[in-house]
Design a protein around this ligand. Structure first.
Ligand code: SF4
Length: 382
């Protein structure tokens, strides 16, 4: 398709059109109201592999509790993981914490101010370093996330991504960048990819840079990976003397490959449970796996669980908020009103689908199969 060349006066026109569109249509997001490099850094780390709708509440609460690098560095890891609960991919939180401590030790608590210095922080890659350096400090470095990659590929008329193409995309991203307004321009490119240049059915008719685009919506459809469906069951063991009752949780091993050290409900053995009515059924989607979750009240005795050698705790109400819970455990406990919901009423917007009521009876999958599913659940959340 014929498109204006992205050089000279046309390049200037491209930048102007995109920046104008962004000034009018940008979403009002909390991290866009600040130039504080720490807050921008936190937001960029949270946004990796998490949708804006899912992370905004967690971001606000996180920044309220840890408003500065020292506040984060001084906090305990368990506490940070608890505040991260719902976002998944907990390695990001651990790296963020590690980096905050390094900033305290090596930079007197001040965020590094250049792309190259930011790159030296644990958990900070090219994308995050570029985003913080350009948005907070105005450094003219282009950022390329999945959205920007898609926009540039379409502008160039490219259809396949490989290592060579990625290099070309990086070069093009840097060429397109408006150096005087690097941070705003980078955000505008990301916003265009998120809001108009969708993976499927891009809204080209509304696109501010359509005349520069070689594909204008004519592109191969992106094939979505197949979603796997997995059944899994949990049990809720209560101690009813307290109000609200305490619930029993197991700690994942500290050397677990995913979500190490986090707390979760014990898995239920469907063979033992087949006579019981579940108290809840729900779906929990993690990356490309959809978990059909069944929750039972009661189950295996505490002594039996201890024999598996896992650390156990009983907790209730507010105390649960301070524990690093896995996402599905948190969701179940909120639904059963065993822990408070966030004040804004949202629980886990990315992952909350209540299934209609019918309760299944009869043969259930092997408990050993269920146990193997634990690793699957966690693989996506880490
Ligand atoms: S014209 Fe369409 S395909 Fe091209 S950049 Fe704009 S939204 Fe994307």
């Amino acid at each position: 398709m014929k498109a204006l060349p992205l050089r000279g006066e046309h390049l200037q026109a491209f930048r102007k059109a995109l920046l104008w569109w962004y000034s009018v249509h940008a979403r009002d997001l909390p991290w866009r109201r600040t130039r504080d490099p720490y807050k921008i850094w936190v937001s960029e780390i949270m946004l990796q592999q998490t949708r804006v709708a899912s992370m905004t509440r967690v971001y606000r609460a996180f920044i309220a509790i840890y408003p500065t690098v020292p506040a984060l560095a001084l906090a305990g890891e368990d506490e940070i993981l608890a505040r991260w609960s719902g976002l998944g991919y907990y390695k990001r939180a651990r790296k963020l914490h590690e980096a905050a401590r390094l900033i305290m030790d090596s930079h007197h608590g001040k965020m590094p101010q250049t792309y190259l210095d930011l790159l030296k922080l644990p958990g900070v890659g090219k994308y995050t370093a570029g985003a913080v350096a350009s948005i907070a400090f105005g450094e003219p470095v282009a950022v390329v996330d999945g959205n920007v990659e898609r926009v540039i590929m379409r502008l160039m008329g490219a259809t396949t991504v490989n290592a060579q193409m990625r290099k070309r995309i990086d070069v093009m991203a840097q060429r397109l960048l408006a150096p005087e307004e690097a941070g705003t321009f980078n955000q505008a490119m990301m916003e265009l990819g998120a809001m108009l240049c969708h993976p499927r059915q891009p809204a080209c008719i509304q696109c501010p840079v359509r005349e520069f685009c070689r594909t204008q919506g004519e592109h191969p459809t992106v094939v979505r990976p197949r979603t796997n469906k997995v059944n899994i069951a949990y049990q809720v063991l209560r101690r009813s003397k307290k109000n609200p009752p305490q619930v029993l949780l197991l700690r994942r091993p500290t050397d677990a490959a995913q979500m190490s050290g986090m707390w979760e409900l014990p898995l239920a053995d469907p063979v033992q449970m087949h006579r019981q009515h579940p108290v809840w059924r729900t779906m929990h989607t993690i990356t490309h796996t959809q978990y059909m979750v069944t929750v039972y009240d009661g189950g295996v005795a505490e002594e039996e669980l201890q024999s598996e050698g896992r650390e156990i705790c009983w907790a209730n109400g507010i105390a649960l908020q301070d524990l690093p819970l896995t996402g599905v455990t948190r969701k179940i406990l909120m639904h059963l009103q065993m822990m408070p919901r966030p004040l804004d009423g949202t629980a886990d917007p990315s992952n909350s689908h209540l299934l209609p009521a019918p309760v299944a009876h009869g043969p259930q999958p092997s408990p050993y199969g269920q146990r193997r599913n634990v690793a699957n659940v966690d693989a996506g959340e880490e």
